[in-house]
Each structure stands twice: as C-alpha cells, then as structure tokens.
Design a protein around this ligand. Sequence first.
Ligand SMILES: [Zn+2]
Length: 199
Amino acid sequence: MAYIIPQIEILTEQFRKFPGIGRKTAQRMAFSLLEFSNEDVEAFANALVESKRAIKECSNCSNISCDDICSICSDPERRNDLIYVVEDTKALMSIERVREFKGTYHVLHGTISPMNGVGPDKLKIKELLERVASGKVKEVILATNPTADGETTAMYITKLLKPYGVKVSLLASGLPAGGDLEYADELTLHRALEGRREV
Ligand SMILES: [Zn+2]
C-alpha cells in the first residue's frame, strides 16, 4: 500500500479543485504550504474566506463586485446606453485592458451549453432583458467567445432582443475560432471591437 500522510492528502484534494491542477501539482502545492510561516498560512486562509465573503454580483450588470453596484456601473463617465455582453469577468477585464470602451457591461456568467446541461435560465439573460426593457439602452454588443457555445448564446440573445428595437451587433471576426477573449492580444481585440457588425 502506498505511503499516505492524511493531512497532505486533505490539502492535495483541495488544491486539485483548481482548473488545470493535477494530482502531482496539487501535492507539490500542499508540501509548499508546509514551508509557509504560520502568519502566511493564516493570511492565505483569511484571503480565501474573506474574498469569497466580500465578493458579490453587481445588481445592474452581474459583474463580480464588492459593492451592490460595481465601479464600472457607478462611473458617471460611462455610457449606460451601450452594453457589452460578455461571458465572464475575465472577458470584461480583457476588454478593459484595451481601454477603448466607454460603455457598460453585462456579465452572463457562462454560455448556453447543451453538452454541459447549461440552459439559458442558468445565465443572466433575464437581467439583461430587464435592462433593455427599461428603455435606456441604445446598443447591445454581443462579445461572447468565438466558440460554438459562445455563438449559440449570441444568436439566442439576438433573437430575444429583436422585439425591443435596440441595435444589436457582434464582434468582428478576426478573433481565433474556438478561442477565448481572455487570451486575445490587444491589437486583435481592438480590431474586433472596432469592426463590429450589426445583426
Ligand atoms: Zn455593474
């Protein structure tokens, strides 16, 4: 039977919960933790618990935020009539990195994914429609990732938005198919944002 240290096993199982972390890496992280000072371990544990407790969703755009309304939605310089719809906060951060955009966002928290059993009701689509129904929105830009699920989601939302008479556009192609906005370089992202096309 393999030699097991129960406490290392417990730690390893926790670290394995992170995406892309296999058993070996998780075990290495567990051993690394033993090298931390007691203060550092406590700071680490507190950061995990505190950030999870402090972070909630913006009641306007569903972006993760420490406040009821996120700093983007509460920024008076931002245009409320222009909304970028993104899959997650990581995509939002990519667009922010390009610094061309003065509108606001709507964070879906995923994509419609029949393969993974994710239907439209699991996403923040209803909240998006409520914003549009308020009558303040002029344009919605669908910036889901160029994957099959991302495109399905964009098409689905386009259909739902039609009756509201708002301008709906998609990002220009040029983003690598099957890719992730998060990993697009700034020039590619800039071009995709600039060259959006109305649907
Ligand atoms: Zn917000």
